[in-house]
Design a protein around this ligand. Structure first.
Ligand SMILES: [Zn+2]
Length: 249
């Protein structure tokens, strides 16, 4: 039985907690994905991926429920998006990891379903190491090679486009809508390749909230992406289990 908190009760967890080496914490968002998929896309993908990884790794890995709000300030010009401030989100991550660590699991891997959260993961990981000696890691589960000939253009990809929609179809197809539309891309500093600021996704990137052309997405590509990412992450988790932090904390 895979260790997945959503399906476990207290006696079941008590029996195996001593065998757990790494906790998985999926981190998603509540943000718009244009017409192509729902507000739950990032949370659903991260959660489904963490569960699939737990299925593969037996009692070494315990999958926690997802954090379903994230850092989505760049999508706030679209109705329905919710954002936490970077410092709030880092604190949420910190508190979750400290709680998990109290029960004997000192290595925590954030499974990132929304790239905007990375800054908070990094901030939390540094704080956790400095303040508590807890080792936190983060990893996405995107895979460009498995997409074969479907590589989206280089400057902006991975949001409600063929890349992300395929990934969603492979992990949690219930969040994808039947009608797909291409993005209405904007000409801006961002789309010309300069990313050193806090852009508005709506006015600087895509007027309808999606990138590129999701009509090219498919479940077949998504399943290949999932398989490739699972193989990669399985090895990473084994390396995390073997990792010894030699720093003085
Ligand atoms: Zn997304």
């Amino acid at each position: 039985m895979a260790l997945i908190m959503e399906y476990m009760n207290l006696p079941e967890l008590e029996k195996v907690i001593d065998q757990v080496k790494v906790a998985l914490v999926p981190v998603g968002s509540c943000e718009q994905h244009g017409p192509n998929s729902t507000y739950y896309t990032d949370s659903g993908r991260a959660d489904a991926f963490a569960k699939a990884l737990a299925e593969r790794m037996g009692n070494k890995v315990l999958a926690f429920p997802p954090v379903t709000y994230g850092l989505s300030e760049h999508h706030m010009d679209f109705v329905g998006t919710v954002t936490l401030k970077p410092e709030t989100l880092a604190k949420v991550y910190e508190d979750i990891c400290v709680s998990i660590s109290k029960h004997g699991i000192n290595k925590i891997l954030f499974i990132i379903g929304h790239g905007g959260n990375t800054v908070a993961c990094e901030f939390a990981a540094i704080t956790l190491k400095m303040k508590y000696g807890i080792q936190a890691f983060w990893a996405g589960f995107g895979s460009r090679t498995a997409t074969g000939g479907l590589k989206p253009p280089g400057y902006a990809y991975g949001h409600a486009d063929e890349f992300e929609v395929s990934s969603t179809l492979g992990l949690c197809p219930q969040y994808v809508k039947e009608e797909m539309v291409p993005g209405i891309m904007q000409d801006s500093l961002y789309t010309r390749g300069f990313w050193g600021y806090a852009p508005s996704w709506k006015y600087d990137v895509s007027l309808n909230g999606c990138l590129n052309d999701a009509r090219k997405s498919s479940m077949e590509i998504g399943l290949d992406m999932k398989e490739e990412a699972l193989n990669k992450l399985e090895k990473i988790v084994e390396d995390i289990i073997a990792y010894e932090n030699k720093s003085k904390v």
